[in-house]
Design a protein. Sequence first.
Length: 204
Amino acid sequence: MSAAATTGGAPGTARRMWRALETLHMTVYFNPEPRDAYRRAGLRGGWMGYFASRSAAMGPVPAEVVVATFYNFHPRMVHRAIPDAWGFATPAEVLAARYQGADAALGAASRELEEARPGRVPSHLQSASYAGEKKLGIGVGYVYPHDQPGHWVAQRYLPEGLRGGYYRPTDQGQEAAMAEAWRRRRGQPDGEPPDRQAPERGSG
């Protein structure tokens, strides 16, 4: 806690590291490429891939170690995945799958950045540091999604030239419902995988 505490109103070291790295780190949990890599390694189910990939660096540890390390999960969730995961794939194989999945997910994003050479951040997301900027449309027009019906509004979030769409929901659980909502907003037929079109639309 002390590392994350603020000092003189400024964020601590842990918080600054989180801001810098979280968008990269989260790709191994929310992108399809890591999930596919865990499945190819032999793991079964999303939670098995999650707990095994995070704990593999400690070796074939029992569920109790994972429960204590990832203290914010109910023990029953961990016990459903660990130690069974080590019977399907060794920790070394799971770590290799994690690296492969992260490389594939981050590679897709970096390739788009290299090819598209993104432009400016949308003006409504920019901060107007002086009054004259608002007359130019900077910092004007942002609509807060959670104030809108369905907590969603059609507005652009990505810089010019980027399509996004790196996160693609699966057909499991709440992700399936989210995928259907995305299809409806983009006018796609039911059952068709969410594509990478309509970059001006986003969700809150």
